[in-house]
Design a protein around this ligand. Structure first.
Ligand code: LIP
Length: 299
């Protein structure tokens, strides 16, 4: 019920702040030359993992298991260790200790710890904290989405500007870590389609953005400063928390392929399309349809 969600939300916010401090400290010690940041694994040279990812996940997982021993846990680094993902209706915390690990490795500030909670397989609590930018995004189902616990999202109040059509949109997307020609060529083709001036005075989108973090991309959609986010290939821990934040900020999230029904979301689909809040759902679904018209089939 509402009371529980509020309790879970406050717990997740406090936890994200502690985890964020670990990430910030690791960045500072590394940059000041007093600490190092070793890559823990380098199997896929475009899918980085550091000791800090592992330490932060361990910290969050331990803290959750003490406070909520009956709750389940799904985490990026736990799965990387070979633990099988079992997803049930039970309360399940879905955690990415560092979303934007590539940014973290490079000292780029677009990094976030992402803590989501699903109940009945639906994301109901989400916290995305960017410790190097002091931005904390949070939401619980039915209770609105906030930046730094006090600024209601989207930023444009009382109503965000009209969505218009795709030609007036900023679209976020990512290269992702699968660089196989089949996948990367289709993604580049899609970016080309979004950007390229259309013939006969047709229109292209305003531009594209890539933050390097699915969670942060989704939070920019929740803010209302990015109109559309589309990504294929990221994971449930990248999006579980931020989906709640987008929805509570009036946005829609559609998962899967060419399926215009925005609910329910399948957080495991690895295909995500989010549209920012607008006055009416029809304009959001229109943009979703314009995206589906050009999204290539990627497996
Ligand atoms: C990353 C995502 C990013 C995606 C990468 C990767 P990580 O998460 O947030 O959007 O393109 O493939 O999954 O590895 O930094 O937690």
């Amino acid at each position: 019920d509402t009371h529980d969600l509020q309790e879970f939300l406050l717990f997740a916010i406090a936890l994200a702040k502690e985890a964020g401090k670990m990430i910030k400290d690791a960045t500072e010690t590394r940059m000041s030359g007093t600490g190092n940041q070793f890559l823990a694994k380098y199997d896929n040279p475009t899918d980085l993992v550091t000791e800090t990812d592992q330490a932060v996940e361990k910290f969050i997982k331990n803290r959750l298991s003490v406070t909520y021993p009956t709750h389940r846990f799904i985490g990026e680094e736990t799965m990387a260790e070979g633990v099988e993902t079992v997803f049930t209706d039970e309360p399940t915390w879905i955690v990415d200790p560092i979303d934007g690990t590539t940014n973290f490795v490079h000292g780029h500030p677009f990094v976030a710890v992402s803590i989501g909670l699903t109940i009945g397989k639906e994301p109901v609590v989400g916290v995305v904290y960017c410790p190097l930018m002091n931005e904390l995004y949070s939401a619980a189902k039915g209770q609105g989405a906030f930046l730094n616990e006090s600024i209601r999202l989207p930023l444009f109040q009382p109503t965000p500007p009209p969505l218009g059509d795709l030609s007036q949109c900023i679209v976020s997307t990512e290269a992702g870590s699968d660089r196989s020609p089949e996948v990367i060529d289709k993604k580049m083709e899609m970016i080309h389609t979004i950007l390229r001036q259309k013939q006969n005075n047709g229109k292209q989108a305003h531009s594209i953005r890539c933050t390097g973090s699915a969670a942060i991309n989704l939070c920019t959609v929740a803010k209302g400063v990015v109109d559309v986010y589309w990504e294929v290939g990221c994971w449930e821990w990248d999006v579980a928390a931020a989906i709640v934040i987008v929805r509570e900020a009036g946005g829609i999230v559609v998962t899967g392929s060419h399926q215009p029904d925005p609910s329910p979301v399948n957080i495991f689909s690895r295909k995500y399309l989010a549209i920012r809040g607008a006055q009416d759902e029809k304009s959001q679904l229109d943009i979703a349809q314009q995206m589906w018209d050009i999204i290539p089939e990627i497996n």
